[in-house]
Design a binder for this molecule. Structure first.
Ligand SMILES: Nc1ncnc2c1ncn2[C@@H]1O[C@H](COP(=O)(O)OP(=O)(O)O)[C@@H](O)[C@H]1O
Ligand SMILES: [Mg+2]
Length: 339
């Protein structure tokens, strides 16, 4: 059989550029002979590095030269590739933009299409879809930058009414970037300012105390499979950027030590959340579990989860008996399935 020619898109214009490169490095190292993998790095300004510079960026870390704009991706000879693996996080990569471009090019790609990507990326729209399905989640309010600039008093009043502590988040980011916890109105104000540095739209959420954080990997298209449940443990106040990406700061526990019921609840909600946003290929679905009350809250769905070999998503599948290289192959097969 001829090797499948895969374009691995990575880097990207979002604040999660580095995280994406780490995932791409892992995929590159793991891919066997049956794949002809071409990594292509999108730099922070939205330009495509040459093939050579892309490899350099992934191996030695140094890059330079601005090349084609990512919008000129279609001008690359598309007959050289059978499929694209967009291993990009955050805006432009995970939000449906690149997926739309690939769709116009007629190139199949791994993961959710335009709709699932866009809904999964935007915490406000995601939560209203989940709410419409009756999935359990914390109380929240959306605020626009316009409203914050024109009616700050009302915004503070309305959001404080949710009850402290609060979590304030840019609507469209990941990796905990721009997210802070506020214990009082003074902190709420600073938190809102921080979040608005990253996005026009911000979400203010009821903060839960003493939670356990559970995660499930979903794999498939119309009849997705779910993995065992994993747990993230850390010592910091919450699962912030530092904790996520500093070696040794967070422990992944697979499978999580939880009852069969809680496991089934998380798995069932994961499958339903995946279908609710019209996801495809892969997603990691994250939960807050309050052990005392026994409540499970759906936190979010990530349509392009961290994908290094030691990230939660691949490790959950390893625990289910699917190796990292086989997972990559499976994702490519799913992307080629007629839908
Ligand atoms: N409502 C909440 N209550 C308690 N902790 C929260 C809440 N929202 C977020 N957190 C903490 O912040 C982390 C990041 O929030 P999340 O919404 O998952 O953003 P991201 O998309 O950046 O991962 C969570 O993993 C959790 O530790
Ligand atoms: Mg998260």
């Amino acid at each position: 059989m001829k090797a499948l020619r895969v374009l691995l898109l990575c880097g990207g214009q979002s604040e999660e550029h580095e995280v994406s490169l780490a995932s791409a490095r892992s995929v590159l190292e793991a891919s066997g002979e049956q794949l002809e993998l071409t990594p292509l790095v999108i730099d922070r300004s939205g330009h495509l590095l040459s093939r050579q510079d892309s490899l350099k960026a992934l191996t030695s870390g140094e890059t330079q030269t601005e090349n084609l704009s990512v919008t000129e991706l279609p001008q690359l000879d598309r007959h050289r590739f059978d499929i694209v693996f967009p291993l990009l996080h955050g805006p432009f990569g995970e939000d449906g933009s690149v997926q739309g471009l690939l769709r116009l090019m007629g190139l199949p790609h791994v993961g959710a299409g335009v709709l699932g990507s866009a809904v999964g990326m935007d915490k406000l729209v995601m939560k209203s879809v989940f709410g419409a399905h009756g999935f359990p989640q914390v109380g929240y309010r959306g605020v626009t930058r316009y409203r914050w600039n024109t009616a700050p008093k009302q915004v503070l009043e309305e959001t404080a009414r949710l009850g402290f502590p609060l979590f304030i988040k840019p609507a469209n980011l990941g990796s905990s970037i721009g997210i802070t916890k506020a214990e009082d109105e003074g902190e709420l104000q600073t938190s809102l300012e921080t979040a608005f540095e990253h996005d026009r739209r911000v979400i203010v959420e009821q903060g839960l105390n003493t939670i356990r954080e559970l995660e499930v990997a979903v794999l498939g298209n119309d009849a997705p499979e779910v993995s065992p449940v994993g747990e993230i443990r850390y010592d910091t106040t919450f699962y912030d950027y530092e904790t996520k990406y500093t070696e040794g700061e967070a422990d992944l526990i697979i499978p999580a030590a939880i009852s069969k019921e809680i496991e089934a609840t998380c798995q069932d909600l994961s499958r339903r959340a995946f279908l609710a946003i019209d996801c495809a290929g892969l997603a990691r679905v994250d939960f807050f579990y309050q052990q005392e009350s026994g409540e499970v809250y759906l936190n979010e769905i990530n349509t392009i989860p961290g994908f290094t070999e030691t990230s939660m998503y691949p490790r959950l599948w390893q625990a289910a008996g699917l190796s990292y290289p086989d997972l990559i192959t499976k994702l490519l097969e799913l992307a080629l399935e007629p839908r």
